[in-house]
Design a protein around this ligand. Structure first.
Ligand code: ISE
Length: 335
């Protein structure tokens, strides 16, 4: 039957997922929403028929009609919500990052293994973006040979006032950490962070932009420009430089217009717009797999690995030094 979903967190992403489940995808309905701000939870619940509002995630998970959980609260709240979902053995789609640091990610990894089966898909939505899917298929096909370098750009027009330097790594560059592991099929072994003189337009306390470099087990190098407050729009681009060619995605040439003296296209304002279809595909894939009794997509292992890399990134950012990634061996459970 229709999957009843409890959506935890009704901020920008949570509210967008509520709309998506109710209006865009098939096979699911929002049965409950949770927010620490009760008025906000009620306002979002009012947009869906028969949807109840809660302030406590565990109470929502116990509510009648709830079969699955979508966690879209801030990263520090994920661990508690995941462990509550495991207590009820509920399927979960957990927004990235899995958790903010590797100790908490490891606790989640151990708790899922204790359940004895995978229950979680982690919300790395770029894996569901058509351009990134094409790049993945091209690299996996081997026609271009071995990837040598991956050049990435990650620009946000602006960020919330509570956004910190650490979040540039744990919330933003964590996407490139997952994307690199997925595209290259290698682990990241070390991270270095370089900071140019900050833009005079960047808000305190951000040192914006920053350049983050990863080294990988196969000897590839990844460079990531993270520019959290570029002002002009949202851009995510990646170019793989391989032995026999290069491939680049993210120019988002939906339409190119020539006008007197100009040539060009539009820039999405934010990630909700840029990755709209990827989010649709991601949530539909989660609902479909869940209804078949299966779990697909980025796993808790992927979430843990990205978190271990981002922890090294936060240290590299603070010290200015190349920092080795510390990670456990991949458990057989996730192979
Ligand atoms: C945000 O949390 C996201 O996940 C976006 O994809 C990313 O571009 C942004 O920088 C993050 O703050």
């Amino acid at each position: 039957g229709t999957l009843g979903v409890a959506v935890i967190g009704t901020g920008k992403m949570g509210a967008d997922h509520v709309r998506r489940i109710n209006e865009v995808i098939s096979g699911a309905r929002v049965a409950a929403v949770v927010d620490i701000d009760e008025a906000r939870a009620k306002a979002v619940a009012d947009t869906a028929d028969g949807c109840q509002a809660f302030t406590d995630p565990a109470a929502a998970m116990a509510a009648p009609g709830v079969d699955a959980v979508l966690i879209a609260s801030p990263g520090p709240a994920h661990e508690a919500a995941l462990l509550s979902a495991f207590e009820r053995d509920l399927p979960v789609l957990c927004e990235k990052p899995l958790t903010p640091d590797s100790a908490s990610a490891l606790r989640v990894l151990e708790a899922e293994q204790k359940l004895g089966h995978r229950r979680v898909q982690v919300g790395f939505m770029r894996r569901y973006d058509t351009e990134f899917m094409k790049l993945k298929a091209l690299l996996a096909g081997g026609e271009l040979g071995r990837p040598l370098l991956l050049h990435c750009r990650h620009r946000n027009a602006s960020v919330h006032s509570y956004f910190t330097n650490e979040m540039m790594i744990t919330d933003s560059v964590v996407h490139e950490m997952d994307q690199s592991r997925w595209l290259l099929e290698q682990e990241i072994t070390a991270v270095t962070v370089l900071k140019p003189t900050p833009s005079s337009l960047s808000p305190e306390p951000l040192s914006d932009p920053q350049l983050v470099v990863f080294e990988t087990t196969g000897g590839a190098i990844v460079d990531v420009e993270i520019f959290a407050t570029c002002g002009f729009g949202y851009q995510v681009q990646a170019e793989a430089v391989c032995e026999r060619g290069t491939a680049r995605v993210g120019d988002a040439h939906g339409m190119l217009v020539n006008r007197p003296g100009t040539w060009g296209g539009e820039i999405a304002p934010d990630f909700v717009a840029r990755f709209e279809e990827a989010y649709d595909r991601e949530v539909q894939a989660w609902v479909d797999a869940t209804r078949r009794g299966e779990v697909e997509g980025p796993s808790v292992w992927d979430g843990y690995a990205a978190t271990a890399v981002s922890e090294a990134g936060v240290r590299a950012q603070a010290t200015g030094e190349r920092t080795a990634v510390e990670m456990i061996e991949r458990p057989a459970f996730y192979s």
